[in-house]
Design a protein around this ligand. Structure first.
Ligand code: DOR
Ligand code: ZN
Length: 350
């Protein structure tokens, strides 16, 4: 077996559902999924069942995480534009502000007229403004960034049109970055048909041409973010099915497999899953924090072997390489050969 040692990777976009929807995931199971997937730091989104739009809710969430997480976890604040008076008091506790310009899980979409006020009020030391923007919302948001030049991260860009808009705006030196998800890099609308509700997420899966464009432009993409969005199988099979798919345990194997297949370099993985997320979201990396990955033994992604509480993946049945065999944080081995070696709450909130 050949193994590769990488720095502990950073996933800047996960939904651990805690507090409020711990039947889907919680800080313990979500952090287990992170470590088993090679991520030692994850940043959690604010669209909890009660969205994190007040300092009191953020403080409580951080407390909950401190008692449960095995890996390091940081947070984003949420807004519908009516809580700008909270911004100054929480900016030091978060890695950014998340704003939803399109409909998705949690009904947490802003009235877009409020975006300017939000941009004016957000203090830059609170990190970038992260946007869920699709289609026309990308155009609209870029106009706002052009007016108020605050660092902005476009989350999970899924199609060629949206990515082209962002690439053009980058050429104008706007302070923007963007992420793509593994599901948009590895799946298309054809998979969505095969997967039914298990292939439904926001943004949705697009065409093979879109997918090919994302790969071709990988140098213009700043981060890979899983958008780990677990829902129980029972919820996914209901109508309407909630949007979202889990991803923490499949991102790295998919990327390592892409390196084997000549679609990516190892340096790209470092850039997309460590160096750039660390810079964009101000993650101070800890010493002696690394993951060892088996890069030769083929295996098959199986729902039954996942640590995420929802126990399913849109990649179930896919043959890959890249199993994580060991994760170390600050010199302590926290995960080895399928076992977690530290107690709940061992990880830091960052
Ligand atoms: O598919 C998605 N699921 N997209 C989102 O933006 C939210 C996420 C969730 O929280 O389930
Ligand atoms: Zn998300």
């Amino acid at each position: 077996m050949n193994s590769l040692t990488l720095p502990g990777l950073i996933d800047p976009h996960v939904h651990l559902r805690d507090p409020g929807q711990t039947e889907k995931e919680d800080f313990l199971t979500g952090s287990q999924a992170a470590l088993a997937g090679g991520f030692t730091t994850i940043l959690d989104m604010p669209n909890n069942s009660i969205p994190i739009t007040k300092k009191q809710l953020l403080d409580k969430k951080i407390q909950d995480a401190m008692g449960k997480t095995l890996c390091d976890v940081g947070f984003y604040f949420g807004t519908l534009g009516d809580n700008t008076d909270e911004f100054d008091s929480i900016a030091h506790q978060v890695h950014g502000l998340k704003v939803y310009l399109n409909e998705t899980t949690g009904n947490f979409q802003i009235d877009k007229e409020k975006l300017i006020t939000i941009y004016q009020a957000w203090p830059e030391h609170g990190g970038p403004i992260l946007l869920h923007a699709e289609n026309e919302a990308v155009v609209f948001a870029l106009e706002v960034v052009e007016k108020i030049k605050k660092p902005t991260h476009f989350c999970h860009i899924g199609n060629a049109k949206d990515l082209s808009l962002i690439i053009s705006a980058k050429k104008k030196n706007l302070p923007i970055t963007c992420g793509v998800t593994p599901h948009h890099l590895f799946l298309t609308i054809d998979d969505a048909k095969r997967l039914g509700p298990l292939g439904q997420m926001k943004p949705p899966l697009y065409t093979n041409e879109d997918k090919t464009f994302l790969w071709k432009q990988i140098k213009n993409i700043d981060v890979i973010e899983s958008d780990h969005a677990p829902h129980t199988i029972a919820e996914k099979q209901r109508i309407p099915s909630p949007f979202g798919v889990p991803g923490l345990e499949t991102t790295l194997p998919l990327l390592i497999t892409a390196v084997r297949d000549g679609k990516l370099n190892q340096e790209d993985i470092l850039r997309l899953c460590f160096t750039n997320p660390s810079r964009i979201f101000s993650i101070t990396s800890s010493e002696n924090t690394s993951v060892d990955v088996d890069i030769t033994t083929p295996y098959t992604i199986r729902n039954s072997t996942l640590y995420t509480k929802c126990k399913w993946s849109p990649f179930d049945g896919m043959a890959v390489i890249g199993k994580v065999i060991k994760a170390r944080i600050r010199g302590t081995t926290v995960f080895e050969n399928g076992s977690f070696l530290v107690p709940p709450g061992w990880g830091w909130t960052v």
